[in-house]
Ligand binder design. Structure first.
Ligand code: PLP
Length: 405
């Protein structure tokens, strides 16, 4: 087991006296991210993209450098294909309002997997309501697999858009994005990938995946809250109308209309979150220094340990794949006879922070016949001792709830 001390980089992890296993909700931030944000405000703070004086130009340069860092990180062709948003939710809404409402119509189909986070479902329910396009659910096996048969049935000549998470936030399974983009492109559909749970944990190459859009949040990859990204292929972004209108996103405005700025500015209305973008770039550099080989190895070891320990308890049921490598550090489970809210309260009383509930994926849980679950989600900075503490605490829960074991 790798026992490196990554925690020295995280001020909060060093201070807190609880075990943080809610990383899929939001990760902790290393000091280099906090320092980058502070440095921006202390040394470069001016409204970017507006002024011609040195401070504003410096702010603009930092902001655009951050865009380049994101571009290289996800292997987009050009920096202009990266739009800064607030988070995954806003990125997906941008695609739904700008692409969905304008390019879909009655008779079309939107294929969406049953395992989507509400952020990659509600926007498509809205597009379906507003345009008359039909929503089709791609169902998975209890292990989270989207079979070829299911994909072939659901991605057909009527399909115009496929919405799919690269990694499920409940099951942790990795979906076959490349296969899906091939199938979708054959019938002329675009693919919107929710990368919220994949981008922080595995190398993502939007060109190799041939994804049309990819959304993710800064805060889940150790960046600041309030900054997110949308990748979109340039040819698609260029034909899409703006999502929000106002300052910053125009070339010129006249009494009877406006000429919009080119991408990506067309989609970044109002004062941008430059400090957030700079912090996100610092988080990406930190991740790159660790390297995904190391991160994935460490997270797999932790997941294996958790699945083995929890799986050995006969009343614990782990959702999704039996293979720890198909969990991306996410272990959701139920305990016979104990509500997940009670589970998380008991864990909390033992100093362990986990998530309990429907994880914003209610259709998936309904489909699996589970009302809610408890989720432990790991990051490379967690330790084997923390996983052992989780297993130990879980093993006492039924007894503490009044059961015999
Ligand atoms: N998609 C997935 C798969 C997620 O796990 C989450 C957050 O939990 C989101 C979307 C929404 O992310 P945000 O709240 O940062 O917009």
């Amino acid at each position: 087991m790798t026992t490196d001390n990554n925690r020295k980089d995280f001020p909060l992890l060093q201070q807190m006296d609880t075990i943080y296993l809610d990383n899929a909700a939001t990760a902790q931030r290393p000091s280099c991210v906090l320092a980058a944000v502070q440095e921006f405000y202390e040394q470069k703070n001016a409204n970017p993209l507006r002024g011609f004086y040195p401070l504003s130009l410096e702010a603009t340069e930092s902001y655009q450098e951050a865009r380049k860092t994101v571009q290289e990180f996800i292997h987009a062709k050009e920096p202009e294909e990266i739009i800064f948003t607030r988070n995954t939710t806003e990125s997906l809404n941008l695609v739904a309002y700008s692409y969905g409402l304008n390019f879909l119509k009655e008779g079309d189909e939107i294929a969406v997997t049953i395992m989507e986070h509400h952020s990659n479902l509600l926007p498509w329910q809205m597009v379906s309501r507003m345009t008359g396009a039909k929503l089709h659910y791609l169902e998975c096996t209890s292990e989270g697999e989207l079979t070829d048969e299911e994909l072939q049935k659901g991605i057909n000549e009527r399909t115009r858009l496929v919405a799919v998470a690269q990694v499920s936030n409940v099951l942790g399974c990795v979906n076959p994005i490349r296969k899906i983009t091939e199938m979708a492109h054959r019938v002329g559909a675009v693919v919107v990938v929710d990368g919220a749970q994949s981008v922080p944990h595995m190398p993502v190459d939007v060109q190799a995946l041939d994804a049309d859009f990819l959304a993710f949040s800064g805060h889940k990859l150790m960046g600041p809250m309030g900054i997110g990204c949308l990748y979109g292929k340039r040819e698609l972004l260029e034909k899409m109308p703006p999502f929000l209108t106002g300052g910053e996103m125009i070339d010129s405005v006249h009494r009877d209309g406006a000429v919009f700025a080119p991408v990506p500015q067309k989609f970044e209305a109002g004062t941008v979150n430059a400090a957030g973008a700079v912090g996100l770039a610092a988080a990406i550099r930190y991740l790159q220094e660790k390297g995904f080989d190391y991160i994935q190895k460490k997270e797999l070891e932790l997941t294996q340990r958790a699945m083995e320990g929890l799986g050995a308890l006969p009343y614990v049921h782990i959702l999704g794949s039996k293979d720890p490598a198909n969990h991306t550090g996410i272990v959701s489970f139920t305990i016979d006879g104990v509500h997940p809210h009670d589970v998380s309260e008991i864990l909390s009383s033992d100093g362990i922070d986990v998530r309990a509930g429907h994880h914003c994926a209610q259709p998936l849980l309904e489909y699996l016949g589970v009302r809610s679950s408890t989720r432990a989600s790991m990051m490379f900075y967690n330790t084997p001792e923390e996983i052992d503490a989780l297993i130990e605490s879980v093993s006492t829960i039924r007894r503490r709830m009044g059961y015999g074991e």
